[in-house]
Design a protein around this ligand. Structure first.
Ligand code: PLP
Length: 461
C-alpha cells in the first residue's frame, strides 16, 4: 500500500502522461479472471497499467483547472467510510452518518462565519448538506427555487397551469458562470439567461436588475440567480452585495456558487468578498477543491431546506421510519437516493489540521500566486490579465492570441508543468493555478522558469 502511495506522489515523472487513447485495453486480459488473482499481482499492475495513464494533479508542477484536495486524514477517513459502507439516505439507515453531517456542516459554517440562519444549531429551519459536486448543488437549489416560485405564482394567478408557469420561468447567471450553471437550467427545464459581466468580469446588480425588468415586461417570471464567488476563468467575484438586494426585491432566489474560492472564507481577511451573503437563500463551496478534503465533498447550506425537501419528496413505505421529522432524511436534499459517509473525512480533516493550519494552507497558496504574479510583472514580455486575489494567476505574453496559443502548446509539450488556457471576449490567456499542498517557493520559481524558457523558444521561432 505504501508503495502505491509512493507511485502516486512521484513528482519526478511528467505531470501529463504520454499515453494515447486505447493504451490500457491491451495491458489487461479481455475478461475477468475465473479464479482470484493475488494481491501482489494486482498491486504491481497499479504501476504497470494505471500509473502510466495518470495525470499528476497533486504534483507542485500541476497548475491546470482549479486544485482538487488531498490529505492523509481525508484518505484514512474515506477508507473507513468504505469499510463501514453504510448508505445514509435516511436517519435510520445510519444515524451516525446523518448526525455527523449535520454537526460538521455547522462546524464548517461557523468557520466561514456564515449567517446563523444557515446553521442547524441556530434552531431555525436552516442547515447544511454534503453534495457530491457544486454542479449538483446548483441544480438542487434551482429546483428548490422553482418549487417555491411555482407555489407563489399558483396562489397569485390560480388560472395559470403548471406548464404555462414553467414556460415563463427565467433563471440568471453571469456570462462568466461555470458551465454547470447553464446545465442546471437545461436539466431543470427552465431558461437560463446569461447576463453580461462588467469589465472586471463580475456580475453587477444593475445589469441583473435590467435583465429582470426586461423579462418582467415581457410577461416572464424571474425566479433564480446564481452569483459566482471565484469564477472559473479568472476567479472574479460577482458583486453579491449588489445581487442580493436585487434578488430579494424581485423574489428571485439567490444561490452562491463559491466552488473554489469559498475555502478562502475560513480566513477572515477574505470574507469581504462574500459581503451580502445574508441575502442569499443557498450557499455552496467545495472543500474537495481547496480545503484538503478528498473528492467528493461539496458543502451546501440552505436557509429553508423545506423548499428542496418538498420539491423532491416521494415517500415510499419502504423508506419510512418511526423517527421521521426529528432529524434530516438527506435523501430529500439531493438528487440520488444513496449517499456515502462523507462527513467522516470532513471531521478528520478539521480535527487533524485544526482551523489554523487550514488557514495557513490557503494563505500560502495565495502567497505563491502573488509571487508568480511578481515574476511575471518583472518580465516586460508578459502582462497580467486580471487582478490576482486567490491562488490563480491569469497572464499572457503581450501580443497576439496566436503567440499565446503557441506559448501554451510549448509549455504543455515540454511536459514539465501543466496549464490550461481560457478566453474572455477575444483575448486568449493562460491560467496558472497553485494546486498542490506540497508546493514550495522553489516550485513556483521552477514553474516560472518553464514559462520563461518556453517564451524564449516561442519568441525566437
Ligand atoms: N463552479 C465553479 C465556479 C467552478 O470553478 C467549478 C469547477 O471548477 C464548478 C462550479 C463545478 O464544480 P463540480 O465539479 O464540483 O461540479
Amino acid at each position: 500500500m505504501l508503495k502505491a502511495f509512493c507511485f502516486i506522489l512521484n513528482f519526478k515523472t511528467r505531470v501529463l502522461p504520454t499515453v494515447t487513447p486505447g493504451y490500457l485495453r491491451p495491458l489487461i486480459p479481455d475478461s475477468a479472471p475465473e479464479k482470484p488473482d493475488n494481491w501482489t499481482d494486482v498491486m504491481s499492475d497499479i504501476e504497470r497499467v494505471i500509473m502510466p495513464g495518470v495525470t499528476h494533479w497533486h504534483s507542485p508542477k500541476f497548475h491546470a483547472y482549479f486544485p482538487t484536495a488531498n490529505s492523509y486524514p481525508a484518505i484514512v477517513a474515506d477508507m473507513l467510510s468504505g469499510a463501514i459502507a453504510c448508505i445514509g439516505f435516511t436517519w435510520i439507515a445510519s444515524p451516525a452518518c446523518t448526525e455527523l453531517e449535520v454537526v460538521m456542516l455547522d462546524w464548517l459554517g461557523k468557520m466561514l462565519d456564515l449567517p446563523s440562519e444557515f446553521l442547524a444549531s441556530s434552531g431555525g429551519k436552516g442547515g447544511g448538506v454534503i453534495q457530491g459536486t457544486a454542479s449538483e448543488a446548483t441544480l438542487v437549489a434551482l429546483l428548490g427555487a422553482k418549487a417555491k416560485t411555482m407555489q407563489r405564482i399558483k396562489m397569485e394567478q390560480p388560472e395559470l397551469s403548471d406548464d404555462v408557469i414553467v414556460s415563463k420561468l427565467v433563471a440568471y447567471c453571469s456570462e462568466q458562470a461555470h458551465s454547470s450553471v447553464e446545465r442546471a437550467g437545461l436539466l431543470g427545464g427552465v431558461h437560463m439567461r446569461k447576463v453580461k459581466a462588467d469589465s472586471s468580469h463580475k456580475l453587477r446588480g444593475e445589469a441583473l436588475e435590467d435583465a429582470i425588468k426586461k423579462d418582467l415586461a415581457a410577461g416572464l417570471i424571474p425566479f433564480y440567480v446564481v452569483a459566482t464567488l471565484g469564477t472559473t476563468s479568472t476567479c472574479a467575484f460577482d458583486r453579491l452585495d449588489e445581487i442580493g438586494p436585487v434578488g430579494n426585491r424581485y423574489k428571485v432566489w439567490v444561490h452562491v456558487d463559491a466552488a473554489y474560492a469559498g475555502s478562502a472564507f475560513i480566513c477572515p481577511e477574505y470574507r469581504y468578498l462574500m459581503k451580502g451573503i445574508e441575502l442569499a437563500e443557498s450557499f455552496n463551496f467545495n472543500p474537495h477543491k481547496w480545503m484538503l478534503v478528498n473528492f467528493d465533498c461539496s458543502a451546501m447550506w440552505l436557509k429553508d431546506p423545506n423548499w428542496v425537501v418538498d420539491a423532491f419528496n416521494v415517500d415510499p413505505l419502504y423508506l419510512k421510519h418511526d423517527q421521521q421529522g426529528s432529524a434530516p432524511d438527506y435523501r430529500h436534499w439531493q438528487i440520488p437516493l444513496g449517499r456515502r459517509f462523507r462527513a467522516l473525512k470532513l471531521w478528520f480533516v478539521l480535527r487533524l489540521y485544526g482551523v489554523e493550519n487550514l488557514q495557513t494552507h490557503i494563505q500560502r497558496h495565495i502567497g505563491f500566486a502573488k509571487d508568480f504574479e511578481k515574476l511575471c510583472m518583472a518580465d516586460s514580455r508578459f502582462e497580467i490579465f486580471t487582478e490576482v486575489q486567490m491562488g490563480l494567476v491569469c497572464f499572457r505574453l503581450k501580443g497576439t492570441n496566436e503567440v499565446n496559443e503557441s506559448l501554451l502548446k510549448k509549455i504543455n509539450g515540454r511536459g514539465n508543468i501543466h496549464l490550461v488556457p481560457s478566453k474572455i471576449g477575444d483575448t486568449f490567456f493562460l491560467r496558472m493555478a497553485v494546486c498542490s499542498r506540497f508546493t514550495k517557493s522553489e516550485d513556483m520559481q521552477y514553474s516560472w522558469e518553464e514559462v520563461s524558457k518556453s517564451a524564449d523558444e516561442v519568441l525566437s521561432a
